[in-house]
Design a protein around this ligand. Structure first.
Ligand SMILES: Cc1ncc(COP(=O)(O)O)c(C=O)c1O
Length: 358
């Protein structure tokens, strides 16, 4: 359940009373506030995280014949955006530490056709951005961050979305939401300028189109919600982090998520690893009234769409994780009693199953 308060209600009513519903001054204000939060020069608001990815790829000149290196262990939108831009995703397996793309495996997949790296900050834990940015620089590749799950996260003191071109989602379940919505962040004014045009049918002046684009504009209603939610982002994140800490201190029999030193995990998902019997554990939690999620039960290269496109990669860790991950409730609206119920249910189940994990 998204946390919506009086601020959001007043903000949306204000838009309705203003008479300006489509992209206007509130979108601009939301972009400026978001850029400040990320520590970047420019932000471009769009209609979804998927739109942010497609526009970011196109703004970097990605097109037919290009290869984009990314992770197979993400929401399918990450790779679909690459296909929609006319390019081909190349999948590199993830690493044990944080389930994010393994920088040590990237260089072996770079070819003369590689145009960009597209790491995903899965569940809200940043990728190893220093290593990944160094690889991109060494090979002259664009760096696009899928930060759709990681708004407000940071690595080595820098916010995600500030290492390369950042792509964010404000879908209803995200750590801050506008219902549907997205944002592109960049320090490069030419990327921002191109993204603004692609968002709006390539127009510079009204009715003067220079390049092919879409209608991926954000509404004033969404921007008003976004501004109100952005003001609460820190408290939402701190709520999630406190809940995650409680769970990690009390859960038994499962592998709890780690946080790399110097990194800030924003726990879009609190995901444990269950060595055996993940689906049985989820079933027992459901009997206790606790909803869990599996993100993702099929890695992208194993999706029917990608099998049909000829993908036959073997990516062992992504494939194993898809059988072992389980996301537990971590929402900032949870009470202490809710958290105690989650812990009691998991630990009871783990005892019944004879422990495991670690
Ligand atoms: C990792 C990742 N990439 C991309 C997206 C796409 O965002 P949206 O649903 O706003 O299009 C999402 C979220 O849904 C996501 O979790």
């Amino acid at each position: 359940m998204p946390l919506m308060g009086e601020e959001e209600k007043r903000a949306v009513l204000g838009v309705l009373e203003s008479g300006q519903l489509a992209q206007g001054p509130r979108v601009r204000e939301f972009e400026e506030s978001f850029a400040r939060m990320c520590g970047v020069r420019e932000a471009v608001a769009v209609s979804s995280g998927t739109a942010a990815l497609v526009v970011a790829l196109l703004a970097h000149g990605v097109g037919v014949g290009d290869e984009i290196i990314t992770t197979p262990f993400s929401f399918v939108a990450t790779a679909n955006a690459v296909l929609l831009a006319g390019a081909r995703p190349v999948f590199v397996d993830v690493r044990e530490e944080d389930f994010n793309i393994d920088p040590a495996l990237i260089e072996s997949r770079i070819t003369p056709r590689t145009k960009a790296l597209l790491p995903v900050h899965l569940y809200g834990h940043p990728c190893d951005m220093e290593s990944i940015a160094a690889i991109a620089a060494r090979h002259g590749l664009a760096l696009i961050e899928d930060a759709c799950q990681a708004v407000g996260a940071s690595a080595a003191g820098r916010k995600v979305g500030s290492f390369g071109t950042g792509c964010f989602s404000f879908y209803a379940t995200k750590n801050m939401t506008t219902g549907e919505g997205g944002m592109i962040t960049t320090d490069d004014p030419s990327v921002a300028e191109k993204a603004r045009r692609i968002r709006d049918h390539g127009q510079v002046e009204r009715y003067e189109s220079e390049l092919l684009g879409y209608n991926f504009r954000m509404t004033e209603l969404a921007a008003a919600l976004g501004l109100a939610q952005l003001g609460k982002l820190e408290s939402f994140i701190e709520g999630r982090r406190a809940n995650a800490q409680y769970l990690s201190e009390h859960l038994q029999g499962v592998q709890t998520p780690g946080e790399r030193p110097g990194f800030r995990h924003v726990y879009h998902q609190y995901t444990v690893r269950v060595a055996a019997g993940r689906d049985e554990l989820a079933g027992r939690l459901r009997e206790d009234g606790i909803e869990t999620g599996v993100f993702y039960s099929v890695p992208i290269h194993r999706q029917p769409l990608y099998r049909g496109l000829g993908y036959r990669d073997s990516l062992p860790l992504a494939e194993r994780l898809s059988q072992e991950v389980l996301s537990l409730p971590v929402h900032p609206g949870l009470s202490r009693a809710d958290l105690e119920a989650v812990v009691a249910s998991v630990n009871r189940s783990a005892v019944t199953a004879g422990g495991g994990g670690g």
